[in-house]
Design a protein around this ligand. Structure first.
Ligand SMILES: C[S@@+](CC[C@H](N)C(=O)[O-])C[C@H]1O[C@@H](n2cnc3c(N)ncnc32)[C@H](O)[C@@H]1O
Ligand code: SF4
Length: 374
């Protein structure tokens, strides 16, 4: 089993908080798509002929692609990889790209899961974030996506936005559930270096919310998700039963994946690689038949740390037997020993051989994870 991630490194406008790799130079789209297909040819051995169960178009903004461009990418994927007939194929989209006309074509491409970046239903927040769309465009995009035939829809929301009131956040969550989608990813805003928000904070133009406000917003999210029968299956991810994002779940379960495109990461159980985060350097190098990446070999300590980081954030938690079988008995004993005090504090619960965060523990997940690392 394996996954493929495709990074579409273009945006039409830059959001003030985002440090994902992207460029405003959409003129390069055609050349980039050719390079992506060439990278598939160059890298088709990376997954060692494993069946591809999930494909994920991320960005940047995949929804800058038109039908013909998407189909060129699919042609490459089916030519160079073994794609499962019922693969989950997710496409990240910005709401204002999702016109009825676009959606009616998109649904014919084979894409069967949409992830729509709504972020907020407050126009004040959307302006502050420098999003392209307004609240009503976001809502319309979701309903139009359903009308076009998409049954598997995620929406992204952000909380912890400077000046966002508790009332706005609760309203955002309520609207999201009213739309009857089956998956929500809700991220706390992070202030990344080299973003406009980073500068605004330094200049005192905006303030990150106090920790207790962020925690309260997270608490309300967990409560409302439960009331709507959504499973909180990863710190930032909630879904109805059977609508887990297979692609992301596979990342957390150490399944192999190949990342295509500038800045994309790949993992095959032994090494982690990341492509250069520069469109021109990427395309120039691919045109010389060389994928431009850096890589690191994962020793047992790094693998252990990655496993702790990803697994403890999920509903399945740390599987102590998996640690023993895949790393060592020492790694399992190390983790068991360190987790004891969190079990005593009610932050972690032990269920059979698994260590799982309690709701209390989820509020300080990052601190617990760093304590359990080697
Ligand atoms: C990188 S975007 C790509 C998809 C699409 N371009 C969009 O904006 O919706 C994927 C998601 O990452 C989240 N994101 C990006 N930067 C973030 C940050 N600094 N803090 C919290 N969430 C962030 C947003 O929720 C966004 O929807
Ligand atoms: S959040 Fe999405 S649209 Fe905004 S800059 Fe980042 S990738 Fe582009």
């Amino acid at each position: 089993m394996a996954g493929i991630y495709i990074h579409i490194p273009f945006c039409k406008k830059l959001c003030h908080y985002c440090d994902f790799h992207k460029s405003l130079n959409l003129k390069d789209k055609g050349r980039m798509i050719k390079a992506l297909v060439k990278e598939m040819e160059l890298e088709n051995g990376f997954l060692e002929s494993e069946q591809v169960e999930t494909i994920y178009f991320g960005g940047g903004t995949p929804s800058v692609l038109n039908y013909e461009e998407i189909m060129i990418i699919f042609e490459g994927l089916y030519k160079y990889f073994k794609i499962s007939k019922d693969a989950e194929i997710t496409y990240e989209a910005n709401p204002d790209d999702l016109t009825k006309q676009y959606l009616n074509k998109l649904v014919k491409t084979g894409i069967n899961r949409l992830s729509i970046g709504l972020q907020s239903f407050s126009d004040r927040d959307l302006r502050l974030l420098n999003r392209r769309h307004q609240s009503k465009t976001g809502i319309k995009a979701v309903y139009d996506s359903k009308d076009a035939g998409f049954e598997n829809i995620n929406v992204d929301l952000i909380y912890g936005i400077p000046g966002m009131s508790m009332e706005t956040w609760e309203n955002n969550i309520d609207i999201a559930f009213q739309m009857e989608i089956n998956h929500i990813s809700a991220y706390h805003l992070t202030i990344e270096p080299d973003t406009v928000f980073f500068r605004y904070i330094k200049e005192g133009r905006i303030k990150i919310p106090e920790e207790d406000i962020s925690i309260e917003q997270f608490r309300v999210l967990i409560k409302k998700a439960g009331e709507n029968e959504f499973i909180h299956y990863e710190i930032s991810n909630f879904c109805l039963d059977n609508f887990f994002s297979k692609h992301n779940t596979n990342y957390w379960k150490q399944v192999k994946y190949l990342g295509l495109g500038p800045s994309a990461h790949s993992y095959n159980g032994k090494i982690r690689r990341w492509n250069v985060a520069d469109n021109k350097m990427y395309m120039d190098s691919i045109s010389k038949n060389k994928v431009p990446f850096e890589k690191e070999y994962l020793d047992n300590r790094k693998k252990y740390n990655e496993y702790i980081l990803t697994s403890l954030r999920t509903i399945w938690g740390i599987d102590l037997k998996f640690l023993e079988e895949n790393y060592s008995k020492e790694a399992m004993d190390y983790c068991t020993g360190l987790s004891k005090r969190f079990i005593d504090y009610g932050m972690i619960k032990k269920k059979k051989d698994n260590l799982i965060l309690t709701d209390q523990g989820k509020l300080i997940a990052d601190n617990i994870i760093s304590e359990l690392m080697m």
